[in-house]
Design a protein around this ligand. Structure first.
Ligand code: FMN
Length: 280
């Protein structure tokens, strides 16, 4: 349990990042006083967090990086040496540079990373025919997320008693691998099935689908497949050969279960610091 106000900021087209973030927050025992979902769009005004706030910032991994739209929207938040916990959620392949990128982004905007985590979820490209990490995060993942929340609470308590924390070394490379660029539309709608309920229009994070369109406006599709996964009448299908090919490859090569990885900052050993002549 921690006596701090916890803020959640995430981008989560198909909802798994949001679920993991919630489980981590619950594990801290703190009060969640603000949830900022950047999936539908950036906030109208910039949001500044205070030094005493604690912010969990989370995004999915796209091609080993953060989705470019998430990066754009995350630029709306800033801190004042505010404690932040960057979290990435990925589809059982790899998170590569994404966690480092998220931590770097937060640090550049006035936050200080006190812990970070990479969790696994069902891959957005998973289907009944080509399952990839189906039903994750599962109970074990969410329990792990909860435990990570407990570790965060411990770090925050140590911080309150002025314990210095190490600077975290996160996995990943700088410069990061190239980000995924603009993409043609991944899905098409079957107009014989479509009831024009508008769910895909409202859920598309890129605002790339219009009620009048047969498919998303090609140049801004994220390939997130929120439109397909949330269609109440299953009117959407993946039509883009590249996405079908990647789904097949991931299905063939990413079946070995990967486990969450967490990176809590450890307290600096003061006795050792004295030996090497460093003054806190
Ligand atoms: C365009 C795209 C690229 C992705 N790239 C990766 C990747 O590099 N590694 C990986 O393991 N999962 C990858 N995924 C899977 C997502 O990270 C995963 O499904 C995540 O849970 C989605 O988060 P959300 O449910 O919050 O939208 C990708 C998904 C999409 C749509």
């Amino acid at each position: 349990m921690v006596n701090k106000n916890i803020h959640l900021v995430f981008f989560s087209p198909t909802g798994t990042t949001a679920r993991v973030t919630g489980a981590v927050a619950k594990g801290t025992g703190g009060t969640v006083c603000r949830t900022l979902d950047l999936t539908p769009g950036a906030p109208e005004a910039k949001i500044g967090f205070a030094a005493e706030d604690v912010v969990i910032v989370a995004a999915p991994v796209y091609g080993g990086r953060l989705p470019t739209l998430a990066v754009e929207r995350l630029k709306a938040i800033s801190g004042q040496e505010t404690s932040v916990i960057p979290i990435v959620v990925y589809g059982n392949r790899a998170f590569e540079d994404a966690l480092l990128e998220l931590s770097d982004l937060c640090e550049a905007q006035g936050f200080h990373t006190i812990a970070a985590g990479a969790f696994i979820a069902q891959h957005s490209f998973s289907s009944a025919a080509l399952p990839i990490a189906v039903s994750r995060p599962d109970g074990k993942d969410l329990q792990r997320a909860n435990q990570f929340g407990g570790q965060i609470a411990q770090i925050l308590r140590a911080n309150e008693s002025s314990t210095q924390l190490e600077v975290l070394e996160l996995p990943g490379n700088r410069p990061y691998k190239p980000a995924m660029g603009a993409r043609p539309a991944a899905t098409e709608v079957d107009l014989r099935l479509c009831t024009h309920c508008g769910k895909c229009v409202s859920l598309c994070p890129a605002n790339a689908i219009r009620m009048t369109d047969v498919g998303p406006v090609t140049e801004s599709c994220l390939w997130c497949l929120a439109c397909l996964h949330n269609c109440p009448v299953a009117a959407r299908t993946v039509v883009l050969p590249k996405v079908i090919e990647v789904a097949q490859r991931l299905h063939d090569t990413c079946q070995t279960r990967r486990e969450p990885e967490t990176f809590p900052a450890q307290p600096v050993d003061c006795s050792l610091r004295k030996v090497v002549g460093c003054h806190l």
